[in-house]
Ligand binder design. Structure first.
Ligand code: SF4
Ligand code: SF4
Length: 296
């Protein structure tokens, strides 16, 4: 089993559309949407949910103001400055600042603090035409997206073992934060989707530096090619210097948006289009040159 994680650094590069297209080309894959903060791969894969569960992401403490004697011990010990006085002068815990360490609960002399589990996140196992699909949804104000990514990746891996799938294709989150790090850990290959704009390259460069610390074989696709030829040339030169193979340039096309509006992947929506041909060639190259990409 070989996990390919598709990342872009910046949002809006077309990463999810390309992930969906590659997933629909793979014959034997489990698909995972690691972008749990803003999951949208379901838009092109039209999943049928088979199983749904709550994901407990942590704890949030709460003070019972009827029992609290306002001694301030909890406030002085909270390392996250989550406890402060409200406009009535009573100590309150800010649920967004509380990291759920539960120290205050243990040290309160009045036992006035209770911690509640955060159960606003959910994860799903679904079926799609492209294969089993693992995805999640975070509730408002919920945290620990990195843990949720690690969890659904583990579920995807178990399913891939169960059905003997050749690939796990993971749609990674944007940025370089915790969910990206959780996506990179243990993956076999990264496919970078780079938009040929200043911000597209800036964010891709930051991501490349992060991937470098994991030493994961990486290749790249320039998506929306043609919108900024000078930037494209610069990115091509930079990738060559960094020894990151450029698999292809996918031209800018409204077909990606139209496919999404029809809840289809580009390959399903326009199978004979230039973009579909390029994506098919990319997938064939990934399949046939898996070993080569791993050693680059
Ligand atoms: S430690 Fe307990 S009693 Fe003291 S201020 Fe905090 S909640 Fe109130
Ligand atoms: S649980 Fe930890 S982070 Fe939250 S208020 Fe208590 S001491 Fe602070």
């Amino acid at each position: 089993m070989h996990e390919i994680t598709i990342l872009s650094g910046k949002g809006g590069t077309g990463k999810t559309s390309i992930t969906g297209a590659l997933a629909s080309l793979a014959q034997s894959a489990v698909i995972c949407d690691n972008d749990v903060d803003a999951a949208d791969l379901f838009l092109v894969l039209s999943p049928e949910v088979k199983h749904q569960e709550k994901f407990i992401s942590g704890w949030t403490a709460e003070i019972d103001s009827d029992t609290c004697i306002q001694c301030g011990i909890c406030q002085s010990h909270c390392r996250f400055d989550a406890i402060s006085k409200d406009n009535k002068g009573l100590l309150k815990i800010d649920p967004l600042a509380c990291e759920g360490c539960r120290l205050c609960e243990r040290i309160c002399p009045q036992k006035a603090i209770t911690s509640f589990q955060n159960a606003g996140n959910s994860w799903y196992e679904s079926q799609t035409k492209a294969g089993p699909f693992f995805h999640a949804q975070m509730g408002p104000g919920e945290e620990n997206s990195g843990r949720l990514v690690t969890f659904i990746r583990r579920q995807a891996k178990l399913k891939a073992r169960e059905i003997d799938a050749q690939y796990i294709i993971s749609d990674g989150p944007p940025g370089i934060g915790c969910p990206v790090i959780a996506s990179l850990s243990g993956t076999q290959q990264v496919l970078l989707i780079i938009e040929p704009t200043q911000s597209g390259w800036h964010d891709a460069e930051r991501l490349i530096r992060l991937i470098g610390t994991f030493k994961i074989p990486t290749s790249a696709i320039i998506n929306k090619a043609g919108i900024h030829p000078q930037m494209e040339n610069k990115i091509e030169a930079e990738l060559e210097t960094l020894q990151i193979p450029l698999l292809a340039k996918v031209p800018f096309s409204h077909r990606f948006r139209n496919a999404m509006l029809k809840h289809q992947t580009l390959v399903e929506y326009a199978p004979h289009s230039e973009e579909a041909e390029i994506l098919t060639a990319i997938w064939e190259r990934i399949e046939t040159n898996k070993e080569e990409l791993q050693t680059n």
